[in-house]
Design a protein around this ligand. Structure first.
Ligand code: HEC
Ligand code: HEC
Length: 332
């Protein structure tokens, strides 16, 4: 084992490893170890805001509502239609198809690890999951359902009324929109994906990433990707001006009206990015290597190609974590 490590260290020809061999006579575990400081393992849970609490009852109600198509006008679209658990909590089509087959303007982002985002939506028009949750129910191109009507539909079922009472014990009349938002947000905060190869490597499992993934990680740091894709979810939750292929969307400008926000979009998480294709705000780019080439050109002014590009793609695959497992809730 030690000999194997020594051999690969010698092949890699790293000065750091060479040094430690000289000092201690034993090969250092991993010549890339200095890069651990640039990343954070994904915590099991995101920060919980004071306005919400993560009781089991609340998470359970949120899970039911997430899968509940009755809260859409047609009765057939749920949050899970577009944020499909089998597809990395997205839909794998360029732009979301909602009520009446209407195609929206934007690609569906994953809600995995969304509790770690400090802004929601491509343009950041909601700050928190609580603020975000009610938008899609009423949005004409998504679920197209007035909230009052949605609530009326679900309160026809005694089991929902019971679940709302259990989730909001201090509330005499708990079946209202704010509590729908709180429960959906609580449920979504449980959708975290720790233990990706990167996370395992960060906590000391040297074999968790391949050589190519480790080289990709180095390129990710040295080329400056980390400038925007940083922190536990590999996003700064900030907005950056970019012209992605085919996009005419004004992005953050639609929220702030500020000139400098024209065509600015939120940095998306890169966790599970190998599962969440197609890419960018309009879903026009199908493959990871093309997305990374665009990033090089638009964000860094460099051409990424060859082995380095392959390594960066490999590193993106090291960001796929353990997808949450839970029984799909039986709905009334
Ligand atoms: C018709 C498809 C569709 C449905 C149904 C839908 N979403 Fe979305 N969701 C999207 C799209 C598209 C966006 C991005 C919209 C934007 O940025 O303007 C989005 C964005 C989000 C975000 C922000 C994620 C991020 O990275 O910014 C969250 C959280 C979310 N949806 C949760 C939900 C919840 C909860 C429901 C059910 C109440 C729901 N969605 C229903 C398509 C859908
Ligand atoms: C200046 C900030 C910035 C830098 C630097 C940057 N990115 Fe991005 N990245 C973004 C933004 C913003 C988007 C979303 C753009 C859009 O959809 O309009 C994005 C999107 C992506 C996507 C597509 C994700 C998705 O779900 O659609 C990938 C993959 C990606 N970046 C990887 C990289 C890599 C690899 C590097 C380094 C070579 C890098 N990025 C450098 C800000 C940045």
């Amino acid at each position: 084992m030690a000999r194997e490590q020594l051999r690969s260290a010698l092949i890699a020809g790293s000065t750091i490893v060479g040094l430690s061999i000289g000092l201690g006579g034993i090969a250092a575990a991993d010549e890339y170890v200095q890069y651990r400081d640039f990343f954070e393992p994904l915590p099991a849970m995101p920060p919980i805001p004071a306005v919400n609490s993560m009781t089991e009852a609340r998470v359970e109600l949120g899970r039911m509502l997430f899968f509940e198509p009755r809260i859409s006008a047609s009765g057939v679209i749920s949050c899970a239609t577009c944020h499909n658990p089998a597809l990395g909590y997205t839909d794998r089509i360029p732009r979301a198809v909602g009520h009446d087959g209407q195609v929206g303007e934007r690609n569906t982002p994953t809600v995995l690890n969304s509790g770690f985002f400090e802004a929601q939506f491509w343009d950041g028009r909601a700050a928190t999951l609580e603020e975000q949750a009610l938008g899609p129910i009423e949005a004409e191109v998504e679920m197209a359902m007035p909230l009052e009507a949605a609530l009326e539909r679900i309160t026809e079922f005694a089991i929902y009324v019971e679940k709302f009472h259990a989730a909001f014990p201090g509330d005499d009349d708990p079946v209202h929109a704010d509590n729908v938002a709180l429960s959906l947000a609580a449920f979504q905060r449980t959708l975290n994906t720790p233990n990706s190869p990167l996370d395992l490597w960060l906590v000391g499992d040297d074999g968790a990433m391949s050589e190519s993934q480790k080289r990709g990680m180095v390129a990710f740091v040295e080329r400056g990707c980390l400038g925007c894709h940083a922190g536990p979810a590999l996003t700064d939750s900030q907005f950056h001006v970019i012209q992605t292929p085919g996009s005419t969307d004004l992005g953050r400008f639609l929220v702030t009206g500020e000139e400098h926000d024209r065509h600015a979009f939120k940095t998306p998480t890169l966790r599970n990015v190998a599962l969440t294709y197609p890419y960018f705000n309009n879903g026009e780019v199908a493959s990871l290597d093309e997305a990374i080439v665009v990033m090089g050109q638009e964000m860094l002014g460099i051409e990424l190609e060859g082995q380095e590009l392959e390594d960066l793609v490999a590193f993106m695959h090291a960001l796929t974590g353990a997808i949450p497992q839970f029984p799909v809730p039986p709905l009334p």
